[in-house]
Design a protein around this ligand. Structure first.
Ligand code: ZN
Length: 376
C-alpha cells in the first residue's frame, strides 16, 4: 500500500453521501496542519467546507475538490460493499474511488512530498474543499469563494481534482467548461372541445413550429476550445389525458450548453425573438446554472502538460467537454483553472473503481506541477 492508497482507503470508508462529510475533512486538515498549513473550517448551513493555506506570498496555487459522493443505489447491486474499499485485480473499488476521494488523497500526499523537499517554496499552496459539490452546490465552493473575495484573498491558479481522464490517467485535462442555461417555457392557449376548435386555441399547434425553429437554429460555430452551442428540449407536458379536450397550456423544459462565442443574454434574446415571431403567448423562466470559462495556455496549463509528459511520457489533450464542476465558481475570480484527475468511466455508477496505480501516477503529476510552479 502506498501513502496515497492508504489515505484513499481512509476517506472512502467514510459514508459521506452528499452533503455529509463524515469526518473526511477533519482527516485532511490533520494531515495538512502537520505539513504547515493554516486550516480554516467554513461551515455554511448543513455543509462542511474548509480552506487551508501554507505561505503568505503569491502566486497562490490551490487544489480544489469535494469530499461528498453521490448515493450508491441499492448496495446489493455492488460487487463489493461501496464503503468498504478494496483493491481487486489492481482496481481500487468503492464509492468515491474516482469521484473524487482518490484525487483528494493524491493531492494531500503530493503536497506533503513537495513541502518535505521544498520547505521554503515560493508563493503559497492552498486547499479549497467542500462537501456540497454533488448536491445543490449552494453552500459549498461558491460560499468559500465569496469569503475569500470579501477579504481580497486571490487564487492565482487552481487545480480541480475532478476525474478528467478518458483512457489513461492524464490523457485529458479540462481547461474550461461550457455554460449551462436552462429555460421553462409555458405557452398559453385556450382549453376547449376538439370538435369546436374555433372556440379554443391549441398551444401544442402554436408551439410546434417555434420549437422546430429553436431546435434547428444554428447558435454559433464554437471555437478552438469549445464545440458549437447546443439546444436540447428535455421535457414537454400538455394535455388533460382526455382525447376530446384541446389543452389550455403547454410546458417545455430546455437547456443550452454554450460556448464562449455567445453570452447567456444573447441566447435569451434570440430565444424570445423566435417565440415572438410565432406570435406565442407565453411565460419563460430562465436559470443560469453556470457561465462558460476557459483557461488558455499560460503557466498552469503549460506546467500541467509538461508534468504529464514527464511522468507518463504522453501528450495530454485540452478539452472543455463534460458537465459542470465547481471550477465554474472559481474561474470568475480571474483564477487560471484546470481539472486533472483519474479516469471517469465509472463515476456515479454501481461498482465505481479506478486503477490503483493511477492514483500514485496522479500524485506524481500533482507534485511535479507544484515543482514547476513553486520550487524555490
Ligand atoms: Zn466530482
Amino acid at each position: 500500500m502506498t501513502p496515497t492508497l492508504e489515505l484513499a482507503f481512509d476517506l472512502m470508508a467514510r459514508r459521506s453521501v452528499t452533503p455529509e462529510d463524515d469526518g473526511c475533512q477533519e482527516l485532511m486538515m490533520q494531515r495538512l496542519k502537520a505539513a504547515g498549513f493554516d486550516c480554516e473550517p467554513l461551515r455554511f448551513e448543513e455543509v462542511d467546507n474548509f480552506w487551508a493555506r501554507r505561505g503568505q506570498d503569491g502566486p497562490l496555487v490551490c487544489f480544489a475538490g469535494h469530499t461528498d459522493v453521490v448515493p450508491t443505489g441499492p448496495e446489493a447491486n455492488w460487487q463489493h460493499s461501496p464503503f468498504e474499499p478494496q483493491i481487486d485485480n489492481g482496481m481500487l473499488c468503492g464509492r468515491g474511488a474516482a469521484d473524487m476521494k482518490g484525487s483528494l488523497a493524491a493531492m494531500v500526499v503530493a503536497v506533503e512530498n513537495f513541502v518535505a523537499k521544498h520547505p521554503g517554496h515560493k508563493g503559497s499552496i492552498a486547499f479549497l474543499i467542500t462537501s456540497d459539490e454533488e448536491g445543490p452546490a449552494k453552500h459549498g465552493t461558491v460560499k468559500v469563494v465569496e469569503t475569500l473575495e470579501a477579504r481580497n484573498e486571490k487564487i492565482d491558479m487552481c487545480i480541480v481534482g475532478e476525474p478528467s481522464s478518458t483512457n489513461k490517467v492524464g490523457d485529458v485535462v479540462k481547461n474550461g467548461r461550457r455554460g449551462s442555461l436552462g429555460g421553462v417555457l409555458r405557452v398559453h392557449g385556450i382549453q376547449g372541445h376538439v370538435a369546436y376548435p374555433h372556440l379554443a386555441r391549441n398551444p401544442v399547434h402554436q408551439a410546434a413550429p417555434a420549437l422546430a425553429d429553436l431546435a434547428n437554429e444554428h447558435w454559433d460555430e464554437g471555437n478552438a476550445f469549445f464545440p458549437a452551442t447546443s439546444f436540447q428540449i428535455s421535457n414537454i407536458h400538455s394535455g388533460t389525458g382526455a382525447t376530446n379536450v384541446i389543452p389550455g397550456e403547454l410546458e417545455v423544459v430546455f437547456n443550452f450548453r454554450f460556448s464562449t462565442e455567445v453570452t447567456a443574454d444573447e441566447l435569451k434574446q434570440r430565444t424570445h425573438a423566435i417565440l415572438d415571431k410565432h406570435g406565442l403567448q407565453y411565460d419563460l423562466d430562465w436559470t443560469v446554472n453556470g457561465l462558460p470559462f476557459l483557461t488558455d495556455h499560460g503557466p498552469l496549463v503549460d506546467a500541467a502538460q509538461q508534468a504529464i509528459k514527464e511522468v507518463c511520457g504522453y501528450d495530454t489533450e485540452l478539452s472543455t467537454a463534460g458537465g459542470t464542476s465547481d471550477g465554474r465558481f472559481i474561474a470568475p475570480t480571474g483564477a487560471q483553472v484546470l481539472e486533472l484527475g483519474p479516469c471517469n468511466d465509472t463515476i456515479h455508477k454501481v461498482n465505481e473503481r479506478v486503477k490503483a496505480e493511477d492514483l500514485d501516477t496522479l500524485t506524481a503529476m500533482y507534485e511535479r506541477i507544484l515543482e514547476l510552479l513553486l520550487a524555490s
